[in-house]
Write a protein that binds this ligand. Sequence first.
Ligand code: PHE
Length: 407
Amino acid sequence: EIQSHLTLLETTYAKDDFTNVTDKIASHLGRNLHTKEHHPLSHVRQRIVNYFYKNFVNGRGNPTFSVYDALPPVVTVDQNFDSLLTPKDHPSRLKSDCYYLNRDYLLRAHMTAHQSELMRAGLNNFLMIGDVYRRDEIDRTHYPVFHQVDAVRLKTRDELFPKEQSLEIFEVGNNTQSTGTQQKQACHTLEAVKLMEHELKTTLAGLAKELFGETIEYRWIDTYFPFTQPSWELEVFHENNWLELLGCGIMRQPILTNSGIVDRIGWAFGIGLERVAMCLYKIPDIRLFWSKDTGFLNQFKVKYDEDVTYRQISQYPQCINDLSFWLPQDREFSSNDFYDLARNIGGDTIEQVVLVDEFTHPKLGKTSHCYRIIYRHMEKTLVQADVNVIHSEIAKVAASTLGVQIR
Ligand code: PHE
């Protein structure tokens, strides 16, 4: 049956000849991996945000940048393209490259889509963080949904040149229509552009060092974006390859004027989180970020800035069995006793044991623990029947040696 409408995040959209969002893609909306506690993408987000909090503080010691990480991913064609001066015939608009809900709405292809609305709301320094959607090839490093941190920083003449009353940020005539050169837009003074470029590049080289270490090698590549001029890419040298880390540049002045800002010059950048996390944690496949497998997720249950090296989890499926028992009342019991016992009996068939529930009966005064035992063999598929044998042996030995009472 062909439906004439589709509903995403509780809003209904009429389909048309542009509609190409699939159910599979739609199922990623709302996962919010970038804000999920202990998710590797969330750790990287936190490291980037903290870098900005630490390096840009106002006179009272408060962070200068505000953070927006819950902006809804359905945007208009105006937000994603027109407001950013993307030409009508630019290939990034193609149906073959984006997920359209219909001719007017799409899943944002970059976080830059929110620049104009936040500037219009009066913000001068802000970070936009979220999931973005692009149709692309399928391989180890590409996935149609990924995550970006985008930033905007706007400065007035007085903020840029506090001690130089003679310097201006705009050329006389302030012609925002003329295109200028790769070096600068016609409307900007060379002094303003150079100072902005310097702050932008220092900030981003500092970010690369914060993420990859002080000794990271990096280089700047001239590039083109419809919304910045001049524009650069920052590449870092990682494991014998130059890796494109982010895009950035001096914001095109008409984007500011169209948002009602006439007295500021701005820089902006956008960085993808997956690529950074894959390098930092040695995660070999981008699909792993979407895994709900605790064998993956539990490896990142650390503080956001701790070093983690991902260990390959088995490609064989998990078998999950729970075991609940009353703790003995006549002797001590510690969870570690049970972990050792389970490991002794199950050996390498056990990937993890987690205490999932604990409660004390109000009348009987007895305490119950429920442990989830996650079985998975590294070399073969375990069938439930094999697991049942091990699981009941663990229960039996726990009862006889730890004095617990299986429920
Ligand atoms: N939006 C660009 C991208 O997705 C990154 C970018 C953001 C470049 C802001 C310049 C300024 O690749």
